[in-house]
Design a protein around this ligand. Sequence first.
Ligand SMILES: [Fe+2]
Length: 178
Amino acid sequence: MNSVVAEIEEIFEKHGQEHYGEGVSQIEHALQCAYEAKAAGAQESLIAAALLHDIGHLIELEKDDEFGIHRHNRSGAAYLARHFGPEVTEPVRLHVDAKRYLCAVEDAYFGCLSPASVHSLEKQGGPMSEEEVAAFRAQPGWEEAVSLRRWDDMGKVVGREVPNFAAYRSLLSGLVAA
Ligand SMILES: [Fe+2]
């Protein structure tokens, strides 16, 4: 197996049983998000981003000071940037902002958020202002981040059976920068 993929798999093995919240573990959430991305016909880089979007939560558990930033989207994207290109890292980096974006532009979106997401929205700065929306849309990968965000919201089904991490090994290997 590719050593980067093995390293990532080990991170999930070590910390994947941590609580994501809302009754699912981190690994269950990651696998459900990747499954939704694949089912939606997303390209491989975005399926990988969906699988790995919350890896910042897991690496912060063991490498807390290495990145010096306690925002899981940034620490996750920084970790992934060692191995993957921007088509993987940017949707990860922007997935928290994508929630603030969707709350600003879609009236129905806020109503779909889980209680935990509503709670964290406040800490994350609430819905974007008009200026923030424009700035968000100027960033490469913003549309992919919005797609990722929707799968993120769907990936919280207790007890749902989806393919395991091994199903994504070759996809991830193919994306690791040479
Ligand atoms: Fe998530």
